[in-house]
Design a binder for this molecule. Structure first.
Ligand SMILES: [Zn+2]
Length: 429
């Protein structure tokens, strides 16, 4: 990802770490996987998702709605979710990401009906085998307080902060190579109070964890900020401690030049979600300008209810195409988009141990078979976003084979798929 592309090279993995990279490595004592006909990239990094939404894809009545109307259609359905639904949707969503070459994902879970806990998704991630950055999201302003979500989906603010502490103490691992790191993530400035935004930032810094939320997603969002807070989203974030190298914001479609400058100066990162932005008609995020200004940008598939597909390689392709729609064919190259999907995502999540195939980095590697129909005729198979394939042949995470020959190797998916059909019938019923 730093410009060096090796041909006919070997990678040796030892104990979850990349031990050697180069041609003709000694394979003595190693289990050998023949990757002839493949391109190897770092495992892709997903910086924004709502895994629970995997059970509410393509819901009639929400398919063509704008953001706020879309939320109002889906809130009553989500309020019927059980803890098992959260675990199941996480298993499905994580497996889908893995097949698209994603080895590390963040998740933003901000509603906890019927006894659900962040713990439900963390168990699923360890089974599927992805490196996981779950964030403890929250909403506290319900309909009766003039907010958007029904009162049944909001929590008391002291209970939210208490549970943030609980999940950080129980699951957050700051060590290199960590498989789980927890973040703090009130849903958005329009679903919690100013005080909670401020207190969440203080708590996250006391505990040394990262901060995440939705920001400046569309025009309605900016209008809400101007009307309710008397300032633009960037100003609101800055005033409450929500800028800095430990913060990453989802979307940021409507950041203006001053806000881009603010993000660059404070090293605040962005999770760019191009398919979701297209799907909800939010607009084209100024990614070219952000990158030129030095802002850290990662990619996010966003929740499956607003994409509705969680293919991270396709997301990178969409990022590339969308910048070209706005700024011309040279606005973003395929390699640029792959850089955002790997190195950019790792930086947005504050990780210096993933995102590159290099000695000493964690062994998170995606193997793409470029010998098939989708790639036939390619003059540059490493430009994965211009032609196929659209899913991986093999995926290693921490040296463990999560996808093998195009199938999930860690979990038998038959049971979760059957459970998903039952869950949709029940939730629709
Ligand atoms: Zn989102």
């Amino acid at each position: 990802m730093d410009g060096a592309e090796l041909r006919n090279a070997d990678v040796r993995i030892e104990g979850g770490v990349i031990a050697a990279v180069g041609q003709g490595l000694d394979a003595a004592g190693a289990e050998v996987l023949d990757c002839a006909g493949c391109v190897l990239t770092p495992g892709l990094v997903n910086t924004h998702h709502h895994l629970y939404q995997t059970l509410t894809r393509a819901v009639p009545g929400a398919q063509d709605a704008l953001l706020f109307g879309w939320l109002k259609r889906l809130y009553p359905i989500w309020s019927r979710f059980t803890p098992e639904d959260f675990a199941l949707s996480a298993t499905l969503g994580l497996a889908e990401l893995a097949l698209s070459g994603c080895s590390t994902t963040s998740d933003h879970l901000y509603l906890y009906p019927n006894g659900a806990r962040l713990d439900d998704t963390i168990g699923a991630a360890s089974e599927v085998g992805l490196r996981f950055h779950p964030t403890r999201g929250a909403m506290s302003i319900g309909e009766s307080d003039g907010g958007l979500p029904p009162d049944t989906l909001v929590e008391r603010e002291d209970a939210i902060l208490e549970d943030c502490l609980r999940v950080i103490d129980a699951f957050h691992d700051p060590a290199p190579g960590a498989m789980v790191r927890v973040g703090v993530a009130p849903c958005s400035p329009f679903s919690v109070s100013r005080e909670l935004m401020r207190d969440a930032a203080i708590l996250a810094r006391e505990k040394g964890v990262r901060l995440h939320t939705h920001l400046a997603e569309n025009d309605e969002d900016v209008r809400y900020s101007l009307t309710t807070f008397g300032c633009r989203p960037g100003q609101y974030a800055e005033d409450l401690g929500w800028t800095g190298p430990d913060v990453w914001h989802a979307h940021c479609v409507k950041l203006d030049a001053q806000e881009i400058d603010l993000f660059a100066r404070t090293r605040t990162a962005v999770a760019h979600c191009p398919c979701s932005n297209c799907r909800l008609g939010s607009g084209i995020a100024p990614v070219r300008a952000m990158r030129d200004a030095g802002v850290t940008v990662g990619l996010g598939v966003d929740g499956s209810a607003s994409n509705d597909r969680a293919n991270l390689l396709a997301e990178a392709r969409q990022a590339m195409l969308l910048q070209r729609v706005a700024h011309g064919a040279d606005a973003m190259s395929a390699r640029d988009a792959l850089h955002i999907a790997t190195v950019g995502g790792a930086a947005a999540l504050g990780r210096d141990d993933i995102g590159r195939i290099r000695v000493g980095m964690r062994a998170d590697i995606a193997g793409w078979d470029v010998s098939g129909i989708e790639s036939a005729g390619s003059w540059d198979s490493a430009a994965l976003l211009l032609a196929g394939p659209s899913s991986v042949r093999d995926l290693f995470v921490e040296g463990r084979r999560v996808v093998s020959d195009g199938r999930i190797a860690t979990v038998d998916m038959a049971a979760p798929l059957a459970a998903a059909r039952r869950a949709v019938a029940r939730l629709a019923g």
